[in-house]
Design a protein around this ligand. Structure first.
Ligand SMILES: CC(C)(COP(=O)(O)OP(=O)(O)OC[C@H]1O[C@@H](n2cnc3c(N)ncnc32)[C@H](O)[C@@H]1OP(=O)(O)O)[C@@H](O)C(=O)NCCC(=O)NCCS
Length: 212
């Protein structure tokens, strides 16, 4: 299996959005909004185009990762620019073959070369701890409310960066999108049934879980 990891081009946009919709549909909530997020991220000032990668296999896009700027706010008000990624997805039918890992490893290396000290995301620890992410509490990184959600995950890129003070992680406001605009965008895709599946319950529990 010869996977190519390359930068996304404008010609890929719709294919990436369709794949993202298929990958996230009904996974965390009935339906999904992640394809809309892909759509708006690319025009947002916090988008990081040099880390906007797709995975391609035999001319078909089988994976995508997008990054935005994020920030750490120190207890002393120091503000440090870092990175967040998401949406990250692999086309259903191509998952569990190492494509997600390849996208993370490629972009993690580039982020390190850009002298970014850390990547902070909200995600499922199962997907990311194997790539070196730890819960924020282990690096004294909280959300903006000073809490430690189970899904707030930190990858230290600059060794020794964390541990000397408390930080709050601030995400791009691109994630605060208008739900009705997302629904309007979704209506431009073929209809798809929104339904319950148990993974939504796991997500709901994870969203209400905090470390102390
Ligand atoms: C999460 C996601 C991006 C991971 O991508 P992926 O390509 O499936 O990831 P990988 O193949 O690198 O790793 C997944 C698993 O497959 C295993 N794997 C990798 N290559 C393998 C191979 N050749 N044969 C068997 N298993 C393999 C990995 O060890 C890993 O196992 P684990 O879950 O037990 O740790 C993908 O599953 C996805 O798109 N999910 C839906 C959207 C989503 O949830 N995105 C993340 C939001 S937090």
């Amino acid at each position: 299996m010869e996977i190519t990891i390359r930068l996304e081009t404008q010609e890929d946009y719709r294919a990436v959005e369709e794949m993202t919709r298929d990958a996230f549909w009904n996974l965390y909530v009935p339906g999904c909004d992640e394809h809309y997020l892909c759509h708006i991220i690319r025009d947002h000032p916090d988008f990081v185009p040099e880390l906007d990668f797709v995975a391609e296999l035999d001319g078909v896009i089988v994976g995508s990762i997008m990054y935005t700027k994020a920030w750490l706010i120190g207890e002393d008000q120091e503000r440090v620019e870092i990175l967040a990624f998401g949406p990250l997805c692999v086309r259903p039918g191509y998952q569990r073959r190492g494509i997600g890992t390849a996208l993370i490893e490629k972009t993690r290396t580039l982020a390190r070369e850009m002298n970014i000290p850390a990547i902070v995301i909200y995600g499922d620890p199962h997907n990311y701890c194997k790539h070196g992410f730890k819960n924020g509490i282990d690096y004294r990184v909280s959300d903006m409310n000073g809490e430690h959600p189970a899904g707030l995950l930190v990858l230290e890129l600059e060794s020794g960066f964390f541990g000397r003070k408390n930080w709050k992680a601030l995400q791009s406001d691109v994630f605060m999108f208008d739900q009705s605009a997302a629904a309007g965008f979704d209506s431009t895709f073929p209809p798809k049934e929104k339904k319950y599946q148990y993974s939504q319950e796991l997500f709901s529990i994870a969203c209400r879980s905090f470390l102390r």
